[in-house]
Design a protein around this ligand. Structure first.
Ligand SMILES: [Cu+2]
Length: 145
């Protein structure tokens, strides 16, 4: 084989390896600019919501629980009528492996979210729809493990 052919082959192999690694990285890794804040305003700004893991750090495969705290912008706790929980891995197109449950109100705007499971490492989202007398609003949190 000529030297030129060898160089071309080496270039093809390097491009393939780099491309494959970039593809794997895009599948596994979270975006660089991801908002990992666990305290934020709901989508329309109605509520101040925070999500506190009861077991930290979040682990792959274990059932875990979170405390969701819902307050008005001025800090007044909100008596929520209904919380819908959803989520999944945005880059993988799948949802949560187990449907979480919302426990009884703990008072002071706090609610325990039980039975959350992350079945693999990577970027997950937990999404909540909060139904309360002031209105309905959504909030989502990013979790990377
Ligand atoms: Cu996944």
């Amino acid at each position: 084989m000529s030297r030129r052919v060898l160089i071309a082959l080496a270039a093809v192999v390097i491009v393939a390896i780099v491309g494959w690694q970039l593809a794997i990285r895009a599948f596994v890794a979270a975006p660089d600019e991801l908002d990992l804040s666990l305290s934020k305003k709901s989508a329309t700004g109605l509520y101040s919501v925070s999500l506190t893991p009861e077991q930290a750090p979040s682990r792959e495969g274990a059932l875990q629980s979170f405390i969701l705290t819902v307050k008005m912008a001025d800090g007044t706790p909100v008596d929520v009528l209904r919380i819908a929980v959803g989520g999944g891995m945005p880059r993988h197109g799948h949802g949560l492996p187990v449907e979480p449950r919302v426990g009884a109100a703990l008072g002071n705007g706090k609610y325990r979210i039980e039975g959350v499971k992350f079945s693999m490492a990577g970027w997950w989202q937990l999404k909540f729809t909060i139904d309360a007398p002031p209105g309905r609003d959504d909030v989502e949190f990013n979790i990377v493990l």
